[in-house]
Design a protein around this ligand. Structure first.
Ligand code: C2E
Ligand code: MG
Ligand code: MG
Ligand code: MG
Length: 271
């Protein structure tokens, strides 16, 4: 199943990127340049607590500034980078930067920085060692770091993944399951995952106002997640009505344009 999805991703990439890059070879060398020429940036988006809307953390989101002011979204280059293996240096760069940012951000109060995990990077035997070294080199404490992963990462090699995640969690690194509700996992399978939080995909939040069925659905997804002892984050909250609604449904945390768009680290405390 996961493999199949991987192929679909490639197809989507080939269609959407064909306008910008004549071939995947061009894209590949361009991505190499991105790393060498410092065209990569991490933007940070606040995650707030529902009860008082205090910021408890930030999600680090990768940006590729191919020309000044022109950002290529990660959905367009990460699937390819996963295919070519270029995701490894990319992901290592992301982790180093995010850990450095986590250290800096503590000056403004305790918070976590969430990093999206690459499947290929996570599946390397060196991943855990890399992470430990990076925490040490940057002075980032493990409890300041959160890993976001998707169900597809877990489905490829479940026993291995569960072991690694458990050992990272034993070290106080938090684990979130991203895009919750869009995958195919059975509930009995989800129950055995060493995960602290689930992030309900923004597609569930988007229809709250207009579709009664979406309101019912998101309520059920929150209940299921909480019955499995996960904390729940609602993604893609864009309006005060959505914020109020997911809070009333018992969500623990929220993230979305209503509370802040992803911005460079230096812009987080502006205004
Ligand atoms: P994700 O982890 O589910 O990230 C949330 C996405 O939703 C981000 O898109 C964010 O900008 C967007 N978003 C946040 N709030 C709102 C909202 O209120 N409304 C709407 N419409 N969108 C909102 P982005 O930055 O384009 O990232 C897309 C995906 O790319 C991420 O989905 C993640 O899977 C992946 N990604 C991003 N950065 C990295 C990275 O450093 N490493 C890896 N491996 N993947 C990354
Ligand atoms: Mg994420
Ligand atoms: Mg997500
Ligand atoms: Mg998503």
């Amino acid at each position: 199943q996961a493999k199949r999805q991987g192929h679909n991703h490639v197809q989507v990439y080939q269609e959407s990127m064909s306008l910008q890059f004549k071939s995947s070879a061009a894209m590949r060398s361009s991505l190499q340049e991105a790393i060498e020429r410092n065209q990569l940036a991490l933007h940070y988006q606040p995650i707030v607590r529902c009860s008082d809307t205090a910021t408890v953390g930030y999600e680090a989101l990768l940006r590729w500034e191919r020309e000044p002011g022109r950002f290529i979204p990660p959905s367009e280059f990460i699937p390819l980078a996963e295919m070519t293996g270029q995701i490894i240096p990319l992901s290592e760069w992301v982790f180093r930067r995010a850990c450095e940012a986590a250290v800096q951000l503590q000056q403004h109060g305790p918070c976590k920085v969430a990093v999206n995990l690459s499947t290929l990077h996570f599946n390397r035997s060196e991943f855990k060692g890399f992470l430990e070294r990076t925490l040490e080199d940057t002075g980032c404490q493990p409890q300041w770091l959160e890993l976001e992963l998707t169900e597809s990462i877990l489905m490829e090699n479940t026993d291995y993944a569960v072991d690694i995640l458990q050992s990272l969690r034993d070290k106080q690194i938090s684990i979130s399951l991203d895009d919750f509700g869009t995958g195919f996992s059975s509930l009995s399978y989800l129950r055995r995952l060493p995960v602290d939080k689930v992030k309900i995909d923004r597609s569930f939040v988007a229809g709250i106002k207009t579709h009664r069925s979406d309101r019912v659905l998101i309520g059920s997804v929150i209940k299921i997640a909480q019955s499995l002892n996960f904390k729940v984050v609602a993604e893609g909250v864009e309006t005060p009505q959505q914020a109020e609604f997911v809070t009333e449904l018992g969500c623990d945390y929220m993230q979305g344009f209503y509370f802040g768009r992803p911005v460079p680290l230096d812009d987080l405390f502006e205004s």
